[in-house]
Design a protein around this ligand. Structure first.
Ligand SMILES: C[S@@+](CC[C@H](N)C(=O)[O-])C[C@H]1O[C@@H](n2cnc3c(N)ncnc32)[C@H](O)[C@@H]1O
Length: 278
């Protein structure tokens, strides 16, 4: 084992310094991720199915203006929201850059005879003009973006929405700053999440308090002495900080909730959901 290399890699990286590894589209990780998405009782890759059902009910009954709308789901994963919304009669497009999730979503739609458009694409490259009534980005993916990526995406979302269209997203709130207390943990396994070979995974949480961001960094070592680094950054927002960003891109009439089931806004909530308009 190259301990010096390991020591070097375990240092706190710069804010949003990404590693070279592929995460969502890695063949092994995406397989494990799909299993997690499809586990109804796991709060992992997706929320538990009971929560997704509650979200869809809230969106359908309280947020969407009528059934004749076009919806775009960014980071749709295997289509847990898109399929439920299509069954309610909505016209919907899902975009994701996990090929495995998109393949699964397409097969499932065919099996269930649902007319859903699925696109394998990085959502930072979308280029629509006033096409959608609703755009959603659900399960705190907004906070995984650097400020530059976030600004680019908000510009593209604004452009893709029709006048009066709605953007819905959720983020980790500043109540997650305590996540740094999670500190370090490790896993030694021959059938794990990170690699199909036996591996040791060392995970550490780093906090960037001034930038309201935390990082979960995992170093994965296999027997052939390979070390791979995975970094998942999370920018936490408050009502005030997300409002500033949305205002900058001309979104208006923001409404705030504790989560995407429409739970009343609370400063104590670990998530914050926002519904805003073009
Ligand atoms: C945490 S999962 C949430 C999936 C889904 N929204 C849900 O809640 O069930 C994040 C999803 O976003 C996708 N994703 C992340 N960044 C993306 C990007 N830049 N472009 C397209 N998809 C992306 C991942 O592949 C993954 O399926």
């Amino acid at each position: 084992m190259n301990l010096n290399k390991l020591i070097n890699l375990s240092q706190k990286p710069k804010l949003f310094e990404r590693s070279e590894t592929v995460f969502w589209d890695d063949p092994h990780i995406s397989k494990k991720m799909l299993e997690a998405h499809l586990n109804p009782d796991l709060e992992g890759a997706s929320r538990k199915f009971a929560t997704i059902d509650a979200s869809v009910k809230w969106l359908d009954e309280d947020i969407f203006p009528n059934k004749d709308i076009k919806i775009l789901d960014l980071g749709c994963g295997p289509g847990l929201y898109t399929s439920r919304l299509a069954k309610l009669g909505y016209s919907i497009t899902g975009i994701d850059y996990s090929q495995r999730s998109i393949n699964y979503a397409k097969e499932k739609a065919e099996e269930e005879n649902l007319d859903i458009e699925y696109i394998y694409q990085n959502y930072l490259t979308i280029d629509y003009e006033e096409e959608f009534d609703v755009i959603m980005l659900i399960y705190c993916d907004f906070g995984a973006l650097t400020n530059e990526e976030r600004d680019l995406l908000l510009k593209k979302i604004y452009q893709a929405l029709k006048a009066g269209g709605i953007f819905i997203t959720d983020v980790f709130s500043d109540k997650n700053k305590g996540n740094s207390d999670l500190g370090r943990h490790w896993e030694l396994t021959d059938d794990g999440f990170w690699n199909k070979k036996p591996h040791l995974a060392l995970t550490e949480t780093f906090l960037y308090s001034e930038d309201d961001t935390f990082l979960n960094q995992t170093l994965v070592m296999t027997e052939d002495k390979e070390i791979s680094v995975y970094r998942l950054f999370n920018h936490c927002y408050t009502k005030a900080t997300i409002t500033d960003v949305l205002n900058e891109f001309d979104f208006k009439d923001h409404s705030y909730y504790s989560d995407v089931t429409g739970k009343d806004y609370s400063e104590e909530s670990k998530t914050l959901a926002v519904v805003t308009k073009k």
